[in-house]
Structures are given as C-alpha cells and as structure tokens.
Design a protein around this ligand. Structure first.
Ligand code: C2E
Ligand code: MG
Ligand code: MG
Ligand code: MG
Length: 289
C-alpha cells in the first residue's frame, strides 16, 4: 500500500512539476516579448530625509501583463535572471530611468536622484560602465543623478572584480548603495574598501524596531555606516513609531509605505505636486520643487 501511495505521490509531483515548468516556459516566452510590447513600466517610490525633503526616488519594475495585470518583481525577476533576460530588461530600466530624469529636469521638476536596482548578471556585463556613461552623456545629466543599488551578494560574488567596477562607476560620479543591508553575507573588510555612498537598512530590521534587539541592530548598522562615511536609509518604514525610533537612532533617510508606495509615473507626479506633506508628528513636511 505504501508502495502504491509512493508511486502515486511521485506521479502527482511530476505532473505538478511539468505543469509548473510549462507555466514557467510560457511566462518566460511572454517576458521575452514584454519589452517589445512595451509591457514593462517603472514605478517610483520617494526617499526622504528626516526633514521630509525628497532626496531621491527608487525606480521599481512592474510588468503590465495583458491577462495577469500588474506583475510584481518577485514573480518575474528570478525568471529574468535565470534566462539572462535581465540583461536587456535591466538596460531598459537604466535607459528609462535616465530618460525620465532628463524629462523631469526639462520640465523643472526637481527630483534629486533616481536609484536603479542592478542584478549580478548585469553587473558582470563588460560594457556596463561605458553604457551607463553614454546614457548619462546623451541625457546631459550629471552622474550624481543616478544611484545604483547592489546587494551584498552581488558585490561579494567576486569582491575584487566588484571593487574595480565600483571604483570605475564611482569615478564617473554615479552613486552606489548597498541594498537590503544586513540580510546577506557582509564582509566588513570589503565594506571598508568599497566606494559606497549609502547603506539601505533592510525592511526586516525596520520591522523589528518594536523590540530591543531590533533597536540594537539598527543602532549598530547606523553607527558602522556613519563611521565609514556612508549615509543610511531605512527601507520599508510603515509606522510613525518606526520613524520616531529611526530618528532617535540617527538614521539619515527613510523610504516606505508611511510616506508613499511605489507609484506609476502620473500618480507619482501628482504626489510631487502636493508641495506640502503633513508628517505623522503633525509638523509640516515640505520640499521645494
Ligand atoms: P528592493 O530593491 O529592496 O525594493 C524595495 C521593495 O520594498 C519594493 O518591492 C517596494 O515596493 C517594497 N517596499 C517599499 N516600502 C515598503 C513598505 O513600507 N512595506 C513593504 N512591505 N514593502 C515596501 P518591489 O517593488 O516588489 O520590488 C522587489 C524587489 O525586486 C526589489 O527589492 C528589487 O530587489 C527587485 N527589483 C525591482 N525592480 C528591479 C529592477 O528594475 N531590476 C532588478 N534587477 N531588480 C528589481
Ligand atoms: Mg532596491
Ligand atoms: Mg531593498
Ligand atoms: Mg529587497
């Protein structure tokens, strides 16, 4: 009986796996065409300092699938990475983000910087630095307008190569941020040598701020970052209590649903138009446009 059950379980799993891989293949084929069909779109999430001034926006990819609706990155970035599609898609993201910055500048809309996420495979493209340099040049934008977000695993996959690349990007004037800081394997030795501008404190630590240990970890990250000369930005700030704690811990900047979710272009521009935001503490949170 056990044997029969085992066999049927086996059959069940293979059927499920086949189904899943067929679905994956379909999605991969669709993703391959998504760029040409203009189904990819950037959402923008504001980043603010503790005075409520806009310091930048993070560009976050969305796939407007004709049947599935808005597909979040968790659903397709891994697929894009495995298939190599992340290289052309990532290049599109860079182009689009830089083009949008140029457009805002021309229209007098002051967005100080745009942050773009980079995958490991993109980071290993031999012409990456030249391509970024050319895009910035064509848009006549100062390199400081662009920030690249790298995770610890992207950087530490091959730290010596990464260090060289980061130095070339840094020399262009492009800003560098370590994303999801604290969740990967961080080598303090490399951190000291990397030409990084900002550490992004992962959302999981921000969520833990209601507890003693969470506070200790964020305090340690902020202190480490500051002693290395990095700016700290907390990701995933959702509550006034988290904001108050982050302010007490001297974290420099914040990003999260408390202020704004990632928004499509038009809602984001509408958000920008509201010159004055009222902060959770009741004080006026304003920024100039
Ligand atoms: P990430 O770079 O760490 O981006 C932050 C994620 O946290 C975003 O998810 C954002 O929507 C979400 N978030 C922001 N504030 C809050 C908050 O207060 N609460 C909660 N619960 N979540 C918040 P999203 O947009 O789904 O992106 C997920 C990940 O996908 C990103 O994590 C990034 O690793 C990746 N990704 C997004 N766009 C790109 C891209 O253009 N290229 C690459 N390579 N990866 C991308
Ligand atoms: Mg990011
Ligand atoms: Mg992150
Ligand atoms: Mg993340």
């Amino acid at each position: 009986r056990a044997k029969a059950e085992g066999r049927s379980t086996f059959r069940f799993f293979t059927a499920q796996m086949q189904q899943r891989s067929a679905a994956r293949l379909k999605l991969e084929a669709e993703l391959r065409r998504a760029l040409d069909k203009r189904e990819l779109q950037l959402y923008y999430q504001p980043q603010c300092n503790m005075q409520g001034q806009l310091v930048g926006v993070e560009a976050l990819l969305r796939w407007m699938h004709p049947e599935l609706g808005v597909v979040a990155p968790v659903e397709f970035i891994p697929l894009a990475e495995e298939s190599g599609l992340i290289v052309p898609i990532g290049m599109w993201v860079l182009q689009e983000a830089i083009e949008q910055m140029r457009d805002w500048r021309e229209r007098g809309i002051r967005v100080p910087a745009v942050a773009v996420n980079l995958s490991a495979l993109q980071f290993r493209q031999p012409l990456l630095v030249e391509q970024i340099s050319r895009l910035l040049h064509e848009a006549a934008l100062p390199a400081e307008c662009l920030e690249l977000e790298l995770t610890e695993s992207v950087v530490l996959e091959d730290p010596d190569d990464a260090l060289g690349l980061m130095e070339r990007l840094h020399n262009l004037g492009v800003r560098l941020a370590i994303d999801d800081f604290g969740t990967g394997y961080s080598s303090l030795n490399y951190l000291r040598r990397f030409p990084v501008d900002r550490l992004k404190i992962d959302r999981s630590f921000v969520q833990d701020l209601e507890q003693g240990r969470g506070i200790a970890i964020v305090r340690a990250i902020v202190s480490l970052a500051h002693s290395l000369g990095f700016v700290t930005i907390a990701e995933g700030v959702e509550t006034p209590a988290q904001l108050a704690q982050l302010r007490r811990l001297r974290c420099d900047e914040v990003q999260g649903f408390l202020f704004a979710r990632p928004m499509a272009l038009l809602p984001f521009e509408a958000w920008l138009q509201r010159h004055h935001m009222v902060g959770p503490d009741g004080e006026s949170w304003s920024f100039e446009l």
